[in-house]
Design a protein around this ligand. Structure first.
Ligand code: AMP
Length: 215
């Protein structure tokens, strides 16, 4: 099973991908995570991507498609793939078709998380993660059960993304509207788009996605 999770920043793609990884043993391929790791490690890709990401603009198609290719090669053929934050442009959608064919895979579903954009700024600017295990939290919607302590691993260190500020979020949404939303019709024509209410609570969204995958 190979699926794309599509939706604007803050729609819940990463959260849902992590849950599918836990429930179904699929692999999450998040170009955002890969790029953040490259920035942290100071690799040539990271050096090129850093300023672009801080502005909320899109990194080059070539860079992200190469990252996906490397990840597909590394993960082997057995596990299903969840593409999270990729493809984000028409060129990336074409590149993904070619990569899937090369790796003997085909796309089952494109799951669009439908959200109310006005609510996304609050969702994004309030989010933070455990610095140790990556568990996601939110200032308003999901505080750790014990104050300042990760529910999952007990770490007391948390981090926030540099690009999760209001200005950058608005740019990221503009990029989504201009460059990413237009790729949906391509997948619609193939009959593989399914829509889920991304404003529902996390578990309800997961159930809706699971129902699609089980159909
Ligand atoms: P994300 O974690 O998916 O929100 O991505 C964070 C940032 O990484 C984006 O705002 C872009 O600057 C960059 N990025 C992630 N994925 C892509 C992609 N597929 N194409 C271009 N830029 C990307």
């Amino acid at each position: 099973m190979n699926i794309i999770l599509l939706g604007p920043p803050g729609a819940g793609k990463g959260t849902q991908a992590q849950r599918l990884v836990e429930h179904r043993g699929m692999r999450q391929l998040s170009t955002g995570d890969m790029l953040r790791a490259a920035v942290k490690a100071g690799t040539p890709v990271g050096l090129e991507a850093k300023a672009v990401m801080e502005r909320g603009e899109l990194v080059s198609d070539e860079i992200v498609s190469k990252l996906i290719d490397a990840e597909l090669t590394a993960m082997g053929a057995d596990a299903g793939a969840i593409f999270d934050g990729y493809p984000r442009t028409e060129a990336q959608a074409h590149a993904l078709d070619a990569l899937l064919a090369q790796h003997g895979r085909s796309l089952d579903y494109v799951i669009e998380l439908e959200v109310n954009e006005d609510a996304l700024v609050e969702r994004i600017t309030g989010r933070f993660t455990c610095a140790n295990c990556g568990e996601g939290y939110h200032d308003v919607f999901k505080q750790p059960a014990v104050e300042a302590t990760c529910d999952k691993c007990g770490s007391r260190e948390f981090k926030r993304r540099l690009d999760d500020n209001e200005d950058t979020v608005r740019t990221r949404m503009g990029e989504y509207r201009a460059k990413t939303a237009p790729i949906l019709p391509v997948y619609e024509a193939r009959g593989i788009v399914r829509r889920v209410d991304g404003m529902a609570d996390i578990g309800t969204v997961t159930d809706a996605i699971e129902a699609i995958l089980a159909a």
